[in-house]
Write a protein that binds this ligand. Sequence first.
Ligand code: SAH
Length: 219
Amino acid sequence: MVENHLRGRGIRDESVMAAMATLPRELFVPPGSLSRAYSDDALPIASGQTISQPYMVARMTELLEPRPGMRVLEVGTGSGYQAALLALLGCLVISVERHAELAAAAEARLGELGLAGRVRIVVGDGSIGRAGDAPFDAIVVTAAAPAIPPALPGQLAEGGRLAVPVGMRGRQELVLLVRRGETFERYDCGACIFVPLVGEGGFSEKAAGRRRWPGRPLV
Ligand code: SAH
C-alpha cells in the first residue's frame, strides 16, 4: 500500500508513510471488506459512511504538516483511521462525529491500539468546529462541504492549517488554508471525493440525501 498507492502517487512525507505502514487498516474496515483493507479504495462502514481512501488520508495528513504535540481538530471521525494516524504521529486530536454508533466503534478501536490517550472523540456537529477548544494547529475535515465552513478558519492558531474538501457530490477540490495573522493563504490541492458534511457549516440533511447536491461548480 505504501509503495504503490502512496509513494508511487507522490506522497513525500516519510513520517506519514512510516506511520501508515504500522497502522493496521484491517482493524478499521468491516469484516466483509477485509480482502480490500490495503487497496487504495474508500470502503463502506456503518451508518452509510466510508473509511477514506489511503492515498487521500496520506495527502490530507501531509498537508497538515503534523508534528508531535500539535493540537488537531478532525471533523468526521468515521472509522477512526485518520484520527489514529494523527495520534501515531504524536498529535493531540479532538475528533467530532455526528453518528454516535461510529464514534463508539472508533473509540473502541483507538483503545485497542493504545491511542485513546491522544484522541478525544465527541459526538456532535463538527461543521461549526469546537470554539471552546480552539485554537487548533490544524483542522482536517474528512467530509465534503459546499464551501469552507465559515466557523473553522477563525479556530486556527497562527500558522495553523485547515484541509477541507469543497464542492459537489462526485467531485470536490481539496482546499488547504494557512493562517497568517488575520488573512488566510488558500491552496487548491487537487480533486477528491468524500461523503457530505451534514450540519450547520455543511449541507442540510435534505440536500445531502439528494442525488445532486446544490452548490456552485468548482472553480
Ligand atoms: N476520517 C474518517 C472518514 C470519515 S467519512 C476515517 O478515517 O474513517 C466522513 C464522516 O464525517 C462520516 O462518518 C460522517 O458521519 C461524518 N460527518 C458528516 N458530517 C459531520 C458533521 N457535521 N459533524 C461530524 N461528523 C460529520
